[in-house]
Design a protein around this ligand. Structure first.
Ligand code: K7E
Ligand code: CUA
Length: 662
């Protein structure tokens, strides 16, 4: 029998159910009252337990009722972000980030400039691997303004504007070609942090693997975010050179630890693989050591060094060299057991939790103890001269949780939650520190199985200084038998878990298949903090600049004009027609085409799909879009509206005729 059914709260719930049944049964005004036998027979027919019915009541969201939370989940190598409502687990929208996406018109007439910001040395890249989304923060609380997300594949960072849920900027640090520990923000979003991943020669120039120690390096990038502009300021951003260990995940200090960054690492062995040459494979070579290094980085100090000219310009980007970092006390290491993955800062900023994939414990470091150890000095250094602080004096506690601990989240009751990849479970444990649960100490409180092989977990407002508790999401890598088979490629499984009850009472409430590559991480924000626009604020809006476009088309000024081979099309759109409906041009023309939506009604979006020329726009109410193309193929092209916008939507079309040149 599940724990939950034995709990005291079940009695309360039964009472509530009973009361509801009575209320419905005796509603004199009701013409189709539900009886208790209806409830019971439906449950019996479908084989639902009382716990199932509780889960349904906690998640079921009738038509018209809105969700309390919004979750932003990365979309893995689908290169996008998924927006999901909680507790209903309804997919609200996808946000195209690193990958063109036709519904949003992203890469098919709009967003080209944004996507091009992420091309590397002119190389067109049309996919990304989003791992860690980060909501912008003010004073350590999500403020609902911006979302950042990193691309592990190509070491890029994107900025998404949460007024219209669109990607506005993609940046790439030309010194490095992969990342993982990104994105994380400082508590006022001054910096967006992008930690490196696998060791590489700086700027990915050629160096043989035999020269790994001398020529390869690790890296962390601090992207300066300009809140007023809503953009990363490339010139004020800088990177820090690190030894060629594999930096894994990072988290940003907060409150007492504001201004410090923590990254775990692996491969302090500096293994270079080579299974084909008889060497141990990476998986073995990288896990030989019993400890790797927690990186403790003094960001405030690094900013001072950068501002006083301590960075070098390398390949067009500001880089603080490793020697400079060591000389200015910017970098310290602390041993962390074993093959670590995941570093998470407690809500008070006072504890740092590290998991070791091959260690059944989580290790908790105290920020105060780390500061004391730095002040005391050390006589130990890594091979690159980085000071190594002792594990014994900086560690606050270790808690044994189970096999394969990865990632930790926090709630409002002084509990922490850690995913157990190998055990396919979530462990709840108490933070024994002051302000958390000193009465319980640092102890395991309970575990709940999840299906299966959980990676990250995300708690409601979980990365803020004041998490909400209530809900925790398990981002499971494997779904195996949870859903009907759709062939050999299976979805991931998101499971929503109720964490509102104390001790070992935890319940899985909902399973949601995710069919858009592998989400790695998610953040969950109270829906009331978001202030998305219903429609663009004014007619003629340019969503790139978030202001009225200078070239927006005024009604009455529509038409097609020509200057030599350059054709300008000025078009408006409103239900259910385009104006003009004919665009007659010549082969060889270069066309600049602006479409302005005159719509002010919510949800009155129009599309603009043109065959052959690979153009498809989403023109949202008030939006103005300008795109260009070369009329290379003569013929007749019927464009049409791709959104079913009105009863006469099918009539919403027009003809582009391109006469052959002679
Ligand atoms: Cu999948 Cu954070 Cu990239 Cu762990 S990461 S699971
Ligand atoms: Cu406009 Cu359909």
């Amino acid at each position: 029998m599940p724990k939950f059914l034995r709990s005291r709260n079940w009695g309360g719930l039964l009472f509530l159910l009973g009361a509801l049944v009575l209320a419905f049964t005796f509603r004199p005004w009701s013409t189709n009252a539900q009886t208790s036998s209806d409830w019971q027979s439906i449950a019996a027919e479908r084989g639902l337990s009382e716990a199932d019915m509780r889960a349904a009541m906690m998640t079921y969201t009738p038509s018209g009722m809105l969700d309390e939370y919004v979750m932003f989940a990365s979309g893995g190598h689908g290169g996008q972000v998924l927006v999901i409502g909680l507790p209903s687990m309804r997919l609200l929208r996808t946000i195209a980030v690193f990958t063109p996406e036709p519904w949003q018109g992203y890469g098919y007439g709009v967003g080209e400039e944004t996507l091009a910001g992420g091309f590397i040395d002119g190389q067109e890249i049309t996919w990304g691997d989003t791992h860690h989304p980060a909501l912008s923060e003010t004073n350590g609380e999500y403020d609902g303004n911006w979302l950042f997300v990193g691309d592990k594949a190509n070491a890029r960072v994107a900025v998404i504007d949460l007024r219209d849920f669109e990607t506005k900027q993609i940046v790439h640090n030309p010194l490095f070609l992969n990342d993982h520990g990104g994105t994380f923000v400082t508590q006022n979003s001054d910096y967006v942090i992008e930690g490196g991943a696998y060791g590489l020669p700086i700027a990915s120039e050629y160096a043989p693997l035999a020269d790994y120690q001398s020529s390869y390096r690790g890296m962390i990038t601090f992207w300066r975010f300009d809140q007023a502009a809503g953009r990363i300021d490339y010139s004020q951003s800088f990177a820090l050179e690190l030894p060629p260990y594999w930096q894994d995940l990072c988290d940003s200090g907060k409150l007492v630890s504001d201004g410090w960054i923590f990254c775990n690492s692996f491969n302090t062995e500096m293994a270079t693989g080579g299974i084909q040459a008889g060497n141990p494979p990476f998986e073995a070579g990288v896990s030989r050591n019993t400890t790797d290094y927690l990186h403790v980085i003094n960001l405030n100090g690094a900013v001072s060094v950068f501002e006083s000219g301590g960075a070098e310009m390398v390949n067009g980007f500001n880089l603080i060299r490793l020697e400079t970092a060591i000389a200015n006390n910017l970098l310290y290491f602390i041993p962390e057991p074993r093959s670590p993955h995941g570093v998470d800062i407690a809500p008070g900023g006072d504890y740092i939790v590290v998991s070791g994939k091959l260690d059944p414990h989580v290790t908790i470091y105290s920020f105060q103890r780390i500061m004391d150890a730095i002040a005391a000095g050390t006589s130990e250094f890594d091979p690159f001269g980085v000071p190594v602080l002792p594990l014994e004096t900086t560690m606050e506690a270790q808690v044994e949780l189970g096999l394969g601990p990865l990632h930790t989240q926090f709630d409002n009751q002084g509990y922490a939650y850690t995913s157990l990849f190998l055990d396919s479970a979530i462990a709840r444990w108490s933070l024994g520190g002051e302000g958390y649960r000193p009465q319980d100490g640092w102890t395991l409180q309970g575990r709940i199985p999840v299906q299966y092989n959980v990676g990250h977990i995300a708690a409601a407002e979980g990365d803020t200084t004041s998490p909400d508790g209530r809900f925790l999401l398990a981002l499971n890598k494997w779904s195996v038998d949870r859903f009907l088979s759709t062939g050999p490629l299976l979805p991931q499984n998101f499971q929503l878990i109720d964490i509102s009850q104390p001790g070992d009472q935890l319940q899985v409430l909902y399973d949601m298949p995710i069919t858009a590559a592998e989400p790695h991480y998610a953040q969950i924000i109270a829906a009331s903090t978001l202030h998305a626009w219903d429609v663009y604020p004014e007619v003629g809006w340019d969503s790139q600049t978030q202001a009225v476009a200078a070239d927006a088309v005024q009604p009455g000024t529509e038409g097609v004009t020509r200057d030599g081979n350059n054709v300008t099309v000025r078009m408006t759109v409103i239900r259910s027609h385009y104006n003009p409906e004919w665009v007659e041009i010549q082969e060889g023309d270069h066309v600049v085409w602006t479409i302005t939506s005159l719509e002010r009604a919510r949800d009155a979006t129009h599309g603009f799909g043109v065959p052959y020329y690979n153009i498809n726009l989403s023109i949202e109410p008030g939006e103005s879009i300008t795109f260009e193309f070369d009329a290379t193929r003569p013929g007749v092209f019927s464009w049409y509206c791709t959104e079913f916008c009105s009863a006469l939507h099918l009539e919403m079309m027009g003809y582009l005729t391109i006469a052959p040149s002679r």
